[in-house]
Design a protein around this ligand. Structure first.
Ligand SMILES: *Cc1c(COP(=O)(O)O)cnc(C)c1O
Length: 365
C-alpha cells in the first residue's frame, strides 16, 4: 500500500482526465475566458441542483460571504452572530465589511452553533446570523430561521463545506436569505483553482450580487456600487459543470466511508462524530474527539496515517482579531473541542484497504 494521504485529488483527476482536458482545451481555444457561456450554464445547473432561484458565481467562498453581507446592507456598527469554530474566512468576511462578529458557543456532539444560546446574544445592533454547516453537517437551519424571523434579522449560511448536504429535501444554502459556497479544490465540490458562489431566492439580492462581483455594475463603464473584481472564470466553470454531475456519487462515497468508520472504530479513548436525524451529512471531514491529542497524533504519524486539526483555535483567539474583539466571552465547548479534535482521511477515492488500515490502527491505539 502506498502512503495514505489526508486528501488525494490526483485520483479523481485520473478518472476525469479525458473529459476535463477536452473541456478546458475548448475554453482555451474559444478565446473567451471571463463571464462566458460556461459560467452561465454552471449557474443554471447549480440553481437546478439546489432548487434555488438564483446562483451567482464569484472568485472564492470568502468573496461569496463578503458579497452576501454587502447585498444585505451589513456594515459598520452592525453585529453578526456566528460560530467561532470554523475556517477563519467566516469571521474575516464579517470584519472586512466593517461589522462585528458576536460568537456563540457550539454543540459538543455536532460541532455546530448551539441554537439555544443565540437569542440571548441578540441586541439592537444585530443584523444577521451567519451559521456554518461545519464539516458538511447541516446545522439546525429551521430553528435559526425561526429566530431570524422573530427578530427581523437576516440569515446567511456558510455552505463552504456542505455542497449537497440537506435537511429533509431542502439543500443547505436555501434556508436563509443567502447561502455561500466555496469551490476551493478540497471542498466537496471543488474546481481547479479558486471559486465560489452565492445563492438566493431573492431577485434583488441576486441582482446586487451580480453588480458587486463586477465592479458594481452590469453595463460596461457604468458603476452603480463600489464593488469587487470577483468573477469565476470559464476554465473553472467547465470543471464545475463536469464535477456537479458527479456530486451525489462523490458525496455518497464519503458517506459510505463515514459509516464504515462509525461502525468499526471501537476504542474507548476515541469518540466518533454524531449526526442529527433527518439530515444528509456529507462528511467534508470525519472528526474524532480524543483527550490526549498529542499522544494520539504521534501514534498516527508513527503508523503512517495523516491527520488534520480543524480547528486548533476559536476564531476569537486568532492573533489578527484578538485585540479587536477584546470583550468576546471564552466559549467552553469550542475551546475544549479545539484541544481535542482530530480529522482523519476521508475523500471519495479513499480505498477499502486504506480505510480498513486506518480503522485497525485506531482500534489498536
Ligand atoms: C473554505 C471555507 C471558506 C472560504 O472559502 P474560500 O473559497 O477558500 O475562500 C469559508 N468558510 C468555510 C467554513 C470554509 O471551509
Amino acid at each position: 500500500m502506498s502512503k495514505i494521504k489526508l486528501f488525494d485529488l490526483s485520483r479523481q483527476y485520473k478518472s476525469l482526465k479525458a473529459i476535463l482536458e477536452r473541456k478546458v482545451a475548448s475554453v482555451l481555444a474559444s478565446g473567451q475566458y471571463i463571464m462566458g457561456k460556461n459560467v452561465k450554464t454552471f449557474e443554471e445547473n447549480a440553481s437546478k441542483y439546489l432548487s434555488v432561484k438564483n446562483s451567482v458565481t464569484c472568485n472564492s467562498g470568502t468573496d461569496a460571504l463578503i458579497l452576501a453581507l454587502r447585498c444585505l446592507g451589513i456594515g459598520h456598527g452592525d453585529e453578526v452572530i456566528t460560530t467561532p469554530f470554523t475556517y477563519f474566512s467566516t469571521t474575516e468576511a464579517i470584519l472586512l465589511v466593517g461589522a462585528k462578529p458576536i460568537f456563540v458557543d457550539i454543540d459538543s456532539t455536532t460541532f455546530n452553533i448551539d441554537c439555544s444560546q443565540i437569542e440571548r446574544r441578540i441586541t439592537k445592533k444585530t443584523k444577521a446570523i451567519l451559521g456554518v454547516h461545519i464539516f458538511g453537517h447541516p446545522y439546525e437551519a429551521e430553528k435559526v430561521k425561526r429566530i431570524c424571523k422573530k427578530h427581523k434579522i437576516k440569515m446567511i449560511e456558510d455552505c463552504a463545506q456542505s455542497f449537497g448536504a440537506s435537511i429533509g429535501k431542502k439543500q443547505t444554502g436555501t434556508f436563509g436569505d443567502i447561502g455561500c459556497f466555496s469551490f476551493f479544490p478540497t471542498k466537496n465540490l471543488g474546481c481547479a483553482g479558486d471559486g465560489g458562489m452565492l445563492v438566493t431566492n431573492n431577485d434583488q439580492f441576486a441582482k446586487k450580487a451580480r453588480m458587486l462581483r463586477n465592479h458594481g455594475g452590469i453595463l460596461r463603464n457604468e458603476h452603480n456600487l463600489i464593488g469587487y473584481n470577483s468573477r469565476l472564470d470559464e476554465i473553472q466553470a467547465v470543471v464545475l459543470i463536469e464535477k456537479l454531475k458527479l456530486i451525489d456519487k462523490l458525496n455518497n462515497s464519503r458517506i459510505r466511508i463515514a459509516k464504515e468508520y462509525s461502525t468499526s472504530i471501537d476504542n474507548k479513548k476515541i469518540v466518533t462524530p454524531n449526526y442529527l436525524n433527518k439530515v444528509r451529512h456529507i462528511y467534508h471531514q470525519f472528526t474524532l474527539i480524543v483527550d490526549n491529542r498529542a499522544r494520539f497524533t504521534n501514534y498516527l504519524t508513527k503508523n503512517g496515517i495523516p491527520f488534520g486539526i480543524y480547528y486548533p483555535k476559536p476564531a476569537y483567539m486568532q492573533p489578527a482579531i484578538k485585540k479587536i474583539i477584546r470583550n468576546s466571552p471564552r466559549l467552553k465547548v469550542t475551546e475544549s473541542v479545539c484541544k481535542k479534535c482530530v480529522s482523519i482521511p476521508i475523500f471519495p477515492e479513499l480505498s477499502k484497504k486504506e480505510c480498513d488500515f486506518i480503522i485497525n490502527t485506531i482500534n489498536d491505539y
